[in-house]
Ligand binder design. Sequence first.
Ligand code: UDP
Length: 319
Amino acid sequence: MSQPRALVTGGAGFLGSHLCDALLAEGWSVVVVDNLLTGRRSNLDHLRNAAAFEFVEKDICEPFDVGKVDYVFHFASPASPVDYTIHGIATLKVGSLGTFHALDVARKYGAKYLVSSTSECYGDPLEHPQKETYWGNVNSIGPRSVYDEAKRFTEAVTMAYHRYYKVDTRIVRIFNTYGPLMQLNDGRVVPNFMKQALRGEDLTVYGDGKQTRSFCYVSDEIDGFMRLAKSSEHLPVNIGNPNEFTILECAQLVLKVTGSKSKIRYEPLPQDDPKQRRPDITKARQLLGWEPRIDLETGLLMSLDYFRKAVAEETTAAK
Ligand code: UDP
């Protein structure tokens, strides 16, 4: 049998590039389509000479065709609050038009399909922890709505292609994930705190720091994607680590693993910032036998070298 071929939209992003590595390791050939709006070509540098890897710079908001593929992994979208606030219209377009085009590729070639969705579908959740059956509490006109509603629409289009066109679809709802290859300046809490701690600057805690998130190390997250990709579950599945931390606890852990003497500085809480977030992963456990293995302190330690290098490179570049 010839080598199976996967399309990864958004493959130059943080999660997309880790996914490419996992697919290549399992013997897939991989074609990435990315417009590099928030993704970085350098995330794929190590694959430049890999025979089974291709990169196509293209905006999937226009129809596209990269030839026959067996699997479509649709991961294209700005994903950090800073990125999707700056690129609000592009976020809405890639979640809507881009999703139609990714699904059209899957439909044309009879390919399987998995799309990255998000815990943002639950908004500022009134149910805790969040099960897949919870419909969410989203402000459709607030600053986060460009992402939240784009992803909710992404899910709706995906389910419609499944129901009307029988496309073999899957939806993963991703909770806060961190690790190497995150952009130092994407504004998310882990890169912000790591960067600030390593530079000896104050750690900027928004609000009173009592809001919670549940952080999943990237290798656990990718393992969840790969298991879901092989399953035949069409309804959304939460993939995230259920160990919940306040943002203040997260700041303290970053200070511990970096050995930094930085102080904490409180700044205003952004509008509609969810107060709490923790996945209920009963479904992933039962359906996929998936369990995250890496706790936050260990994962931060495993990310330290990457963040040290990124901070050093940025300092050199600024000189
Ligand atoms: N946050 C913070 N300081 C920062 C960046 C983020 O206190 O420098 C908070 C943010 O307000 C939110 C949490 O950390 O409550 C997670 O933010 P992030 O942007 O990483 O992701 P979100 O889960 O909000 O999409």
